[in-house]
Every structure is written in C-alpha cells, then in structure tokens.
Design a protein around this ligand. Structure first.
Ligand code: 0WD
Length: 255
C-alpha cells in the first residue's frame, strides 16, 4: 500500500512494545509522514531512540496529555500549523489504576472509574473535536479497543466498561463526522504484551487461552495490528465507518 503524501498523527507510543509503535512502523513502510504526540517530556527520550528506525518523514513530536482540554487543543493547533493538514489519527491511549484491574468489579472506586473512562474513552471525543479542524478530505480516525468491552472478562473490570464506552463513542463520532467525510473506526486487538497490558491481572493466562482456543491457535503481534490500523487509516477502507474490526486470531467468534 502506498501512503506517500499522507500525514497521520500517532498518539500513545510509550515504548517499542506499544501497539502505536507497531502502527507507526507499518505506516512508515508505506511511505506516510508521521506526527507523534507524547504524554509528557518523560517519553521524549524513549521515542527519540525509536524514531531512528523509521525511514520516512517524522519530525514533529508534540506533548499532549489527553486529560487536559488545553493540551489537546494546543497540540492539534500546533500540528495544523506545522503540516498541510492531516489525513488521520491513531488514538492508542488507555489508562486505569492497577488496583482496579484485579479482583471483583463491584469494588471499583468512583475515582478509579472516572479516571479510566476519562483517559480511555472520553479522550477519543476531544481528540476528534480538534483533529477534525485540521483534517484533509477523506480523513480517518482509528482507536484501539478490546473484547473486554463486549464480554465480561476476569480482571479487566473498569477497563472493560471504558472500552464499551469507547466502542459506543466510535459509533456516535462516525455518525457525527460522517457528513464531513471523516470516518471513525476501532481495531479490537488480541492481547499483546505491553506496558499497559502488564497491569491486567493474570495477563499471561489470557495469552495461553488464545493459543488453545482461537481459530488460528496463536496470538497476534504488534505489526499485524499495525497493518490493520494502516488499512483503516487509508482510503482502501473508504466505505467503512463506525466499525469495530477484530484482529485477534478469530478468538471473538468462539463460544
Ligand atoms: O493487549 C493489549 N496490549 C491490548 C491493548 C489489546 C487491545 C487493546 N489495547 C489497547 C489499549 O487499551 C490502549 O487503548 O491499545 C491501546 C494501546 O495500548 P498498549 O500499546 O498496549 O499500551 P502502552 O504501550 O502502555 O501505551 C498506552 C499509552 C500510555 O502508556 P503508559 O504505559 O505510560 O500508560 O497511552 C498513553 C501513554 O503513552 N497515555 C496517555 N497519553 C496521553 N494522555 C495518557 C494521557 N493521559 N495516559 C496514557
């Protein structure tokens, strides 16, 4: 796939294991120009180290904590000024307090609920609000979700509730932004070992379960997910919006 001439914003690279980094590598191979946002200065060094691996244009790194309206607004304004507009955004951001990701869901605290839903679900809405201002024709927004938003899963708890809200946000944003030609979709990835997933209680046993029960009898990797993100960001998927596309070795179809 040739994405030369396209510019995409990548949000959520924490380190080389991040799903967003898999997507960045896929998009870079296809010739896209990439703009990265980082949570804070703390992540800049890590990202700088990774960026040497990329071949294409990728010079803009903007700080953006999605819990701050001002940060999101400023980040997209800056990106708009430094580019000729953008063709899409990958939102690969989620967070919940580790204590909420083990034990019973009924023990979820009000503050833990608010924080998980704010960072992991509401953030897509505010990102879309400012991204649409600088989006070129036929723009595309992609977020990352998980099966735990559709089914009850041990330990995923409040993050499952956040993913359900995120999936619904994808549908409402797709409806809202469709008239402007902007598509909004989610990729539901199978479990992949990253900084975030390591916070989920008994994560290893989920990986094993996929190997035993998924139709493909194996787990997916970062690049497979990244390639699907690239497809949804590109015009190859021009007729798809409001969709949750599973990249999980088929695990979600099993009873
Ligand atoms: O198995 C997995 N790894 C799956 C992940 C399966 C299915 C879905 N996902 C989702 C996650 O829920 C998330 O939405 O994919 C997305 C990316 O997650 P990841 O690649 O697994 O995790 P990670 O490498 O930790 O990146 C998430 C990043 C943060 O990293 P840390 O570890 O520092 O929390 O999200 C960013 C941050 O870089 N982030 C924020 N960015 C801006 N503002 C914020 C914030 N407030 N909070 C976290």
């Amino acid at each position: 796939m040739d994405l030369s001439g396209k510019t995409y914003v990548i949000m959520g690279v924490a380190n080389k294991r991040s799903i967003a980094w898999g997507a960045a590598r896929a998009l870079d191979k296809m010739g896209a120009r990439l703009v990265f946002t980082i949570l804070s200065e703390r992540f800049r060094k890590e990202l700088d180290k990774l960026l040497v691996e990329l071949e294409g244009d990728h010079d803009i790194i903007v700080e953006c904590d999605v819990t701050s309206d001002e940060d999101v607004s400023k980040a997209f304004k800056e990106i708009g000024e430094k580019t000729d507009g953008i063709d899409g955004v990958l939102h690969a951001i989620a967070f919940a307090d580790k204590n909420e990701l083990t034990g019973g869901y009924s023990e979820t605290s009000r503050d833990g609920f608010k924080m998980a839903l704010d960072i992991s679900a509401y953030s897509l809405t505010i990102v879309s609000k400012y991204a649409k201002e600088i989006m070129n024709e036929n723009g595309s927004i992609v977020t990352m979700t998980y099966l735990g938003g559709e089914r009850a899963m041990p330990n995923y708890n409040v993050m499952g509730v956040a993913k359900a809200a995120l999936d619904a946000s994808v549908r409402y944003l797709a409806y809202d932004l469709g008239e402007q030609g902007i598509r909004v979709n989610a990729v539901s990835a199978g479990p992949i070992r990253t900084l975030s997933s390591s916070a989920v209680g008994e994560f290893k046993s989920i990986l094993k379960e996929i190997e035993q029960r998924a139709p493909l009898k194996r787990n997916v990797d970062q690049l497979e997910v990244g390639n699907t993100v690239a497809f949804l960001l590109s015009e190859l998927s021009s007729g798809i919006t409001g969709e949750v596309l599973h990249v999980d070795s088929g695990y979600h179809i099993m009873a």
